[in-house]
Design a protein around this ligand. Sequence first.
Ligand code: AGP
Length: 609
Amino acid sequence: MCGIFGCIMKQGNAAPIIRASLKRLEYRGYDSVGVATIQDGKIYVKKDQGKIDDVHSILNLDDLPGNLGIGHTRWATHGAPLKINAHPHSDCTGQIVVVHNGIIENFSELKLELENNGHKFVSKTDTEVIAHLIEENLRKNPELELANAVLEAVKRLEGSYAVAVISTREPDKIICARNESPLVLGISENAVYCASDIPAFLPFTNKVVLINDGEFIILSSKGYEIRRINDFSIVAREPEIVDWTPEMAVKQGYPHFMIKEIHEQPATLRNTLRMQEHYLDLISTFLDRAREVFLVACGTSYHACLAASYMFSKLAFLPTYPVYASEFMEQHGKSVNIDSTILAVSQSGETADTLAAVTCAQQRAATILGLTNVIGSTLTRVSRVYVGQQSGPEIGVAATKTFTSQLSVLAQLALRLSKKRGKISQDEMDDIAERLEKLPDIVETIIQTQKEKAKQLAKKYKDAKTFFFLGRGVSTATAYEGRLKLMEIAYIPSIAFPAGESKHGPISLIEAGLPVVFICAKDGAHKTLIGNIMEMKARGASIIAIVEEGDEEIKALSDDYVEVPKGIPEVLSPIPFAIPLQLLAYYMALEKGLNPDTPRNLAKSVTVK
Ligand code: AGP
């Protein structure tokens, strides 16, 4: 997730406006920043890696001439956060510059085609291909208008994009296009703006034009023109007035980042399905050849690892050992060796416990692989191979969208391993891969249809002193994650166990009315789970079941239930089943008058051991 911005001023220079507006988009990404303006037929660019204020203090981003320009604040997905990969990116001539938010899935083949046509690339980004595609279109047809050259380029792109283009060819225009990545326009007396999000220009105007997927924009000092990408037909759309405060706008109208990020999951899961195949294949090859595999992480990332151990086992018959990073040295420090492989999972890539475990393993010659959300983080630098989960910045302290993204990447790795090892049928692999593609829509459905139910459950059980979370098989990981969410943002002491463990002790805690959340994915353990529910019910517990639609047997046993769409493969179930638990924790925090974004005693990235 990055932030793009562009403006055409009637009065005054564009650069200071661009920098100030990028600053308001910094929550979308902050590892590099760049600004480009046009003046007297020349393009001026300043860009570097680093946060906006730091880069500005060195380069003075305001000091660029011209009343028209674009800018970008980056969250690296393709290419490390280095100056060379910072946007804007240009074509070979330097007469076309582009800023982009999204993921171009087919950038490798486009890049190859363009290199074969003589184009020289300087960055490792997917974005750069857009500038060279436009250049190639204009080279083939010099009479082409800029808008048409951009349109033809955009039609070649597969994946998500919000793109803004300027060129000395038509120095009074900004050309934009949108597919899946957000894009909005702002209209004021003195300027027209394009941005990834409303906060960017809200201090200048609250007249907003929302842009839809598949739409193409021509901005000029005369205003804006919207056209459909597929047939270039005109779209008439008037601005609307938004009455958000800047604070609300950064959360896109949501009251907290956590609920905004819960709602982002359909989009982030789609992005996670646009991984760079090369890195997934590489990591799965390392895992396939390993003598032993440890999945090392903390907190929510550990729960993703726990779920992954079931995925790797059931799909690829690969034994893997999920280990709390803080315990790794004590547990395996002496035995880890050159034949060991560590897959370290950390959304921040900076968690001290995880990095310490990695260092310990590295010192004993183990192979280090990484899965993280932050390209350029320490974990990416110490890993032999890493893959970025592409969730975009997560501001809420509680991990939500990064958890489901991690699970999606780990499921993709398990599927690749399964293919390599041929342990399950091709039909089964195809079915799981197909269902994985459908998960973003399934998650969207759950959020929309079960949000109210989660709110009601929070109200009903807000005085509960303790919660139980139980599951079997891979749902054990989901239960652990539900417990952590409720504990960390609603401060309710919660207990989670594999459901089969309850009778070995924890069941002694059960008393009348104590809420027990059961994660009831339709899997091999479903029948046994019903027995566990009966055990709890017989002792007066209040049964809250997360069930598949139509699971009448468990619904009949439950005091309350939340439904998720049916037909979800067991190994993928933690992704959809986690959503109601995230919502329950969020609304429980609100019921208790707490701020879910900033839970007490916690930090977003725990960089101390
Ligand atoms: C999760 O909601 C917590 N914020 C915390 O447990 C977190 O998952 C843990 O600190 C690991 O963070 P990482 O993924 O950045 O390594």
